[in-house]
Design a protein around this ligand. Sequence first.
Ligand code: T6T
Length: 341
Amino acid sequence: MSNTSSGKGWGWRFRLATAGAAVGLMSATLMTGAAGPAATSASAASKYTFVLIPGLTVDPFYITMHNGAAVEAAKLGVTLKWVGTTTWSTPLQIPVVNSVLASKPSALLIAPTDLHALFKPMDAYYTAGIPVVSVDTTLSNQSILTAAISSDNYQGGALAADTIAKLAHDKGQVAVINTVKGVSTTDLRQAGFLAEMKKYPNMQVVASDYDNDLLTQAEAISRSLILSHPNLVGIFGTNLYSAQGAGQGVAAAKEKGKIYVAGYDAEPAEITLLRQGVINILVIQNPAAEGALAVQDAYWALTGDKSMIKKSVLLPNVVATTANMNEPSVSKYFYSSTLKG
Ligand code: T6T
């Protein structure tokens, strides 16, 4: 099986960060943990300071994004700060975005937790002349963005539907466990899944539930779906916590191999469930590449090399199954839980 949905690797999308080479190497600095003003460590006088605000700081998807961004920032001689909340929360993310603005960063790289609610706080940067790059999630009104970088979320959802349909021989009931309504990425994955399922007349979607991006809720939903739908043949978990919770519910109910699980992302616990055959397919993204590209775009916006910026980028997905997960061309995309840089 090809390791990308398009049959191409990611390399072709990468542009070399030559523009900043002359600035020299400086370590990217970071800050972890809960919301609060960004703090810089020893790094000397970088010309630019970029702040990366993830959906949440403890999620290996965003940690891997940070690590990719940190490598690129170091290449360009940019100081990178990492500020955010430890849970997925729009009411908590907004004050973080507001307080970072007061520190006058050179650029904001952000995964907004809501399609609409983050517009105003992000618009304040735009008004102040600070480039804003959305990375992973985005806004419905993208007019204030220098660039929007994500992966092909709709295609990933459709792929999950096709995989479950194939495993279940095109018949039976399926359900979706999603995170929070109003999130660009996971909304698109759900939409792709639901649209694709319409192609299978003998399959019915019996539920689409929300877990608030909490593993415990996702597992509880999975267990309750299994109890209330004896003919369930598949669950699609639209992100890391939803997929892990779906898998844990299936394992607890001893339904492995009877209820198929398609999930998103590739953190260590999901990888274990995939190896065990509890999760059957994971749609994996390339958060490190997303982070690196976001740094490049912001840098180009500041250095005047705007022709290098592609306003909207969708990186292709990698498909991991129990069968192919040991292939290095797949496993190299598994996420890291360790913040580096
Ligand atoms: O799936 C990723 C990310 O793409 C999504 O926007 C939110 O959830 C994750 O961070 C995984 O937990």
